[in-house]
Design a protein around this ligand. Structure first.
Ligand code: SF4
Ligand code: SF4
Length: 439
């Protein structure tokens, strides 16, 4: 235990120095005004802090009345943000791994008409102009792109922090050379040893592990992304122990989504209802036992609120549910804008709009304020039906994961069918059992 505490102290100090050094080299965006006040970006700790108008006026030394502050001050979440906080850019659909649950159906050939460096730079310019703070770069396997480092540099130069997700299975030498340009790098690791093979369909654990070890020798902010399946659920404690052993900075847990090849394998790989109900206590126990920071994706909010945490605490920690088309957006390899990385591109707006007119990521600013932008992702209040209408967490959760709802029910607006509260409502009421005498 003492050894672990010493390592933690050393790692925190190293991360502090690394962040300060990077912030001096590439000053990040400092703040963005919002109708409710502002979002202030801090470097150490790395955070986006939501503040009200009075606080923003003080810390940002604002004089006069900014246009965005005209009218009454709304609560956070009452209106759509001025721009997303983060954009998930799927730089390529090329990947040779062939994972059976791949959320984007990546293949060795990639997608037709993928963007190249010039187009992605233009996209990042547009995101920076809109006020986006972070980009999460992924694929496919982006580490094989020869221009990945140049793109990360470009994002930094525009005040946008580039983070990266990689399988660790390809392009590792090139990635090691440019790793310092990223904020956080997470390697996908969906299980330990044989579970990895069970979940992904091939035995890649040793290679992914080797990539994690190598990246960790040159950078402190290395973590793992775990797509939790019914097979890997039992590995959760082991995955936190693994992260502690490798001295990783975070474990990020993602719910299995029925998108890409995942649509076909969803029924077999998704977690059971019992696992979803046990999710929060399981990960809290593991994170505490192994002293590793944990992050969970937006789609897990129904499983978190099942345990009735204080809504004010969730809001304070910025635990929100389906914020696609609001806090975050995605972009496909050909630049098509999406509400989140798992969602399909929304249709083009306006009369007679054709397929080619679907919004592109570089058109974000114009699309963002269009009346029907992002469809059901923006109409969650009006679309709510029972049990979301009476749920104390609806303003945070927003009805759960629309990608799961769309796949299971055919309607993006339907309540998340994997939410425990939704399941309980649909179960027929169990009549009181009559006690029989024991003979
Ligand atoms: S549909 Fe909503 S909850 Fe699901 S992954 Fe996208 S943003 Fe998150
Ligand atoms: S009932 Fe609806 S709003 Fe409440 S947690 Fe479930 S999906 Fe979210």
């Amino acid at each position: 235990m003492l050894r672990r505490l010493v390592h933690l102290a050393i790692d925190h100090a190293a991360a502090f120095v690394e962040r300060q050094r990077t912030a001096r080299r590439y000053p990040p965006r400092r703040a963005r005004l919002e109708a409710f006040g502002a979002i202030v970006q801090t470097v150490v700790p790395r955070a986006l802090v939501f503040v009200d108008r009075a606080y923003a006026r003080r810390v940002l030394a604002i004089r006069g009345e900014p246009a965005v502050w005209q009218g009454a001050e709304p609560a956070l979440g009452e209106t759509v943000l001025a721009a997303p906080l983060e954009a998930h850019l799927q730089l390529t659909n090329r990947c040779t791994a062939g994972c059976k649950g791949c959320y984007t159906g990546a293949s060795p050939e990639g997608a037709a008409r993928e963007y190249g460096l010039a187009e992605w730079k233009t996209a990042i310019d547009a995101l920076a102009d809109a006020g986006v703070f972070h980009v999460a770069l992924g694929g496919g396997e982006s580490a094989v792109l020869p221009w990945l480092g140049e793109l990360a540099d470009h994002a930094r130069a525009r005040g946008v922090i580039p983070n990266l997700t990689t399988s660790g299975l390809d392009g590792l030498d090139a990635l090691v050379a440019i790793a310092d340009r990223f904020g956080q790098i997470n390697v996908s690791l969906d299980g330990l040893g044989p579970t990895y093979a069970q979940v992904r369909g091939f035995d890649g654990f040793a290679r992914a592990d080797a990539a994690i070890r190598r990246l960790r020798t040159i950078k402190t902010e290395i973590g793992i992304n775990v797509v939790v399946t019914r097979d890997s659920f039992a590995d959760l404690d082991g995955l936190f122990a693994y992260a502690a052993e490798r001295r990783l900075s975070e474990v990020e847990l993602l719910r299995f989504k029925p998108s890409g090849r995942g649509a076909r394998t969803y029924a077999a790989l998704r977690c059971t209802d019992a696992q979803h109900r046990a999710f929060l206590p399981t990960i809290l126990a593991a994170a505490r036992a192994h002293r590793v920071r944990v992050k969970v994706d937006c789609s897990y909010t129904p499983m978190l609120v099942h345990h009735r945490p204080d809504p004010a605490l969730l809001a304070e920690l910025c635990v929100y549910g389906c914020t696609g088309g609001d806090f975050l957006v995605g972009a496909k390899p050909g630049g098509q804008l999406t509400a989140c990385s798992f969602a399909s591109p929304p249709p083009a707006l306006g009369p007679g709009a054709d397929e080619g007119a679907r919004p592109r990521v570089e058109q974000l600013a114009a699309y963002w304020t269009a009346p029907d932008a992002f469809g059901a992702f923006r109409t969650w209040r009006a679309d709510a039906v029972a049990p979301c209408t009476t749920c104390a967490y609806h303003a945070l959760c927003r009805g759960g994961c629309k990608v799961v709802s769309g796949h299971v029910t055919g309607d993006l607006r339907a309540p998340d069918p994997e939410c425990p509260r939704v399941i309980d409502q649909r179960l027929p009421a169990v009549p009181d059992r009559r006690r029989l005498p024991v003979l």
